[in-house]
Design a protein around this ligand. Structure first.
Ligand SMILES: [Fe+2]
Length: 265
């Protein structure tokens, strides 16, 4: 058979494709641990004890803080749940607990800064708190809120509008965990167009909540729709996930995003 120029070109294309495929197949994963010190500050966690479903004792609080520090964090803005009848928290329950944890850290000479805001569950009581101005924020006006995992609340749009008219910057906690929004990119884009920031959980990227949630987080990272990264750490089980998945490829990609603002706080 006579070899034409076009046959040679096709063969070269095929060869390149095969080499690329084989390279990918035998590529060793990069096992270097991600360095969370680039974030400096964790802005979502449950490190104050006996106040929500996070830490359950002073010792556990200190242990969790020390474990997180090993990954490079130097400051924590911890965010206890404030949720209807489940977690009736407010400045009155959160701030004294913060002082107890601070005093213990100082007595053990642990060099770290810890402050507190809150993670507000978006229910009608939340709108009431907004009206009264009883809101714990960080970075001046940054307000972390979460939604039901079952369906989007009816008052989502009105609550966002109210937060913004009161001068708060709404930050949606872990959008990737609301699986009812998978594939609903128009809905997500509409939230971003309205100025809502997205906070992705490191635990989601690490696969802690399962494959669909991880994939959703990865898609958000690919789109660059991430303003903040949070540990959302509650307990030592979460630390185990950190230890297991700290080399995750998408975690490293998330840390490299220019949109991520953790180190401003
Ligand atoms: Fe949380």
């Amino acid at each position: 058979m006579k070899l034409s120029k076009s046959n040679v070109n096709h063969f070269q294309d095929y060869l390149c494709l095969m080499i690329g495929f084989l390279k990918k197949l035998f590529e060793k994963p990069d096992l270097t641990p991600a360095d969370l010190s680039v974030l400096h500050t964790d802005i979502h966690s449950h490190l104050l004890f006996s106040i929500d479903d996070g830490s359950q004792s002073l010792d556990e609080s200190i242990q969790l803080i020390e474990e997180l520090m090993k990954f490079g964090y130097r400051r924590f803005i911890t965010t206890p749940h404030i949720m209807g009848d489940f977690y009736r928290n407010s400045a009155e329950t959160i701030l004294p607990k913060l002082e107890v944890v601070r005093a213990e850290l100082a007595s053990r000479s642990i060099d770290v800064t810890i402050d507190a805001a809150a993670e507000y569950y978006l229910d009608f009581e939340f709108e009431d708190k907004l009206n009264k101005g009883e809101i714990l924020t960080f970075g001046g006006n940054k307000l972390l809120f979460e939604l039901s995992f079952i369906n989007a609340p009816d008052n989502l749009d009105s609550a966002i509008f109210k937060m913004q008219t009161k001068g708060y910057q709404p930050i949606l906690a872990h959008p990737e965990r609301y699986l009812y929004w998978i594939g609903k990119w128009e809905k997500m884009e509409a939230l971003r167009d309205r100025g809502v920031w997205f906070q992705i959980n490191l635990l989601s990227i690490m696969g802690h909540y399962g494959g669909p949630c991880k994939k959703f987080a990865e898609d958000l990272i690919d789109r660059g729709w991430v303003e903040l990264l949070g540990s959302d750490l509650h307990n030592m089980k979460h630390i185990e996930t950190f230890n297991r998945a700290i080399s995750d490829k998408y975690l490293k990609k998330a840390l490299s995003l220019a949109s991520v603002k953790n180190n401003q706080y």
